[in-house]
Design a protein around this ligand. Structure first.
Ligand code: FAD
Length: 501
């Protein structure tokens, strides 16, 4: 039965990663039952960075029906097993935040309590020895997870690095083939209904008019619909996350690509290194309070591991969020909804989780405020959880003396983070909400990597005899140590996957 109140026309403002991911997902999900238009301006351009992802990217690729081999080819992608953090806790120190799980799923208590017990009883096996992903990364190797829980390969997780420009182009191709109409031009005016404040149309400088029932704001940091038209404010988190600029520059690729992102702490922030098939992406994220743009550029350009392929680009941002990214019939997705620096590669995840939430809560034309409220509540929870996880990296350092790091070490932390950290220190427990993005393995990797040690562990682990526990923990480390060298080098694994029909 036809429902007269159904949304028939969706207008997306912006054609960056957020705009084209939204267009691809909506066109795939609704087919031609909803007419989708996308307005973007080549003159304004896109942020054009955003090249490292986390494993949730697989949901999105599945949602839009992407073939992995084609995707790897089209976006010059590489595989990613996690992030190597260099010089964070103190200069000279490194640790790895792997995807996938530590140890193995054994009956009873969570594995990391077994490890903590073994440590408390004198076994010095490091956490990284219990992650196949971390061991593969250290050796420049790669393998995909398998479903069989008896195999150590089942403990792996992976994501991708890709060229952001090629990715948006690839999604544009898919979207246009599925019927999305792209309109080139600059926004001139946002037309609103005087009675309920809903947006009814966008007009362009060439006097085109895009009418719609639902408007998705993917206009990036400009937030032209959610902020300028709907008046939604921005909650500034820069007192916790003081980095507010980045310089980015690609360089030539190295001989063998590494299956991980590297994040190196610097005096006023940190530097990313993202290996792609055709080049390496680099950027220095810094706090302008502690380094000038010239200093940041010099730091970046003198620490590239290949020849620079372009002049450095400067980007400005403020860490923070919009509490109501959905207002009326406007939904903000992407940078317009908030920004958390790319330390844990979460922005593309937030785009796809915004899209998934929108699809689950997709409204009729009246835009039931209950749906918007639900969207906003879940979005806020996502942002708050990620924010705490990022702050942990900055504040838990002991050996960095520069002003940024001193500030972060002594700043007042969110209560939620203080409580979580204290509980971990006391009991080794990681108390998480069911829908938090970063799970136990991630918190464990970063807490441990940043030098926070648990004093206790779950008493349930004492139900296992100490020597049996120790032998099992060591056995898993041994299985991992023996498996890793038998798996393919990353470039070989990538070439094989790309060649797949
Ligand atoms: C330094 C940095 C590093 C990052 N690294 C990562 C990472 O490693 N991993 C990750 O997941 N994310 C990363 N991100 C985030 C990621 O880049 C963004 O989430 C992603 O690119 C989405 O951006 P967007 O589409 O919201 O905005 P944009 O790319 O800015 O796109 C905005 C669009 O709106 C259009 N537009 C704007 N104004 C108008 C107008 N007046 N008229 C018409 N069109 C208009 C523009 O033309 C453009 O098409 C990073 C971000 C920064 C700043």
């Amino acid at each position: 039965m036809e429902t007269p109140d159904r949304i028939r026309r969706v207008v997306i403002l912006g054609g960056g990663t957020a705009g084209w991911m939204t267009a691809a997902a909506l066109s795939r999900s609704f087919g031609r039952t909803v007419q989708i238009s996308l307005l973007e301006s080549a003159e304004i351009g896109t942020v054009g960075v955003g090249e490292a992802t986390i494993p949730t990217i697989h949901w999105f690729n599945e949602l839009i029906g992407i073939d992995e081999a084609e995707f790897l080819r089209a976006t010059e992608a590489t595989f990613k097993l996690g992030i190597e953090f260099v010089d964070w806790t103190a200069p000279g120190h490194r640790y790895f935040h792997p995807f996938g799980q530590f140890g193995a799923t054994l009956p009873g208590v969570a594995f990391h309590h077994r490890w903590l017990k073994a440590r408390a009883e004198g076994c010095d096996v490091p956490l990284s020895a219990l992650s196949l992903a971390a061991q593969l990364a250290a050796q420049g190797r790669f393998a995909k997870p398998v479903g069989d829980a008896r195999s150590i390969l089942s403990t792996l997780g992976y994501a991708y690095h890709f060229d952001a420009g090629l990715y948006a182009g690839y999604l544009r191709q898919l979207s246009e083939a599925a019927g999305v109409r792209r309109v080139e031009g600059k926004l001139r005016n946002v037309v609103r209904d005087g009675a309920n404040g809903f947006v009814t149309a966008l007009t362009t400088e060439r006097d085109e008019r895009l009418e719609g029932d639902l408007f998705i704001d993917c206009s990036g940091f400009r937030a032209l619909l959610i902020a300028d038209a709907m008046g939604e404010g921005y909650e500034d988190w820069s007192h916790w996350l003081p980095c507010d600029r980045a310089v980015a520059a690609p360089c030539t690729r190295v001989a063998a690509t590494t299956p991980y992102t590297r994040s190196t702490a610097r005096a006023a922030g940190w530097q990313w290194r993202i290996p792609l098939q055709h080049r390496t992406g680099n950027g220095y994220v810094y706090a302008s309070r502690y380094a000038s743009d010239d200093e940041a550029m010099a730091t970046l350009m003198t620490s590239l591991d290949g020849e620079a392929l372009a002049e450095p680009r400067l980007l400005r941002f403020t860490a923070g969020t919009r509490r109501r990214p959905w207002r009326g019939n406007v939904v903000a997705i992407g940078l317009s909804s908030g920004f958390l620096e790319p330390l844990e590669s979460t922005s593309i995840h937030l785009i796809q989780s915004g899209i998934t939430k929108l699809l689950t809560l997709f409204p009729d034309r009246g835009c039931d405020p209950v749906l918007a409220e639900r969207f906003n509540t879940v979005f806020s929870r996502d942002m708050d959880g990620i924010k705490d996880f990022l702050i942990l990296h900055y504040h838990a350092t002991s050996g960095r003396s520069e002003p940024l790091w001193q500030h972060c070490r002594t700043m007042t932390l969110p209560e939620t983070l203080v409580a979580r950290e204290a509980q971990y220190r006391r009991s080794g427990r990681l108390i998480l909400d069911a829908d938090e993005l970063f799970r136990e393995a991630s918190w464990l990797a970063v807490l441990n990597g940043q030098g926070i040690a648990a004093q206790g562990y779950n008493p349930l682990a004492d139900a296992i005899d100490g020597s049996t526990n120790r032998a099992q923990v060591l056995q898993i480390a041994d299985v991992i140590a023996r498996a890793a060298p038998t798996l393919p080098l990353h470039d070989a694994a990538l070439a094989q996957r790309i060649a797949a029909a």
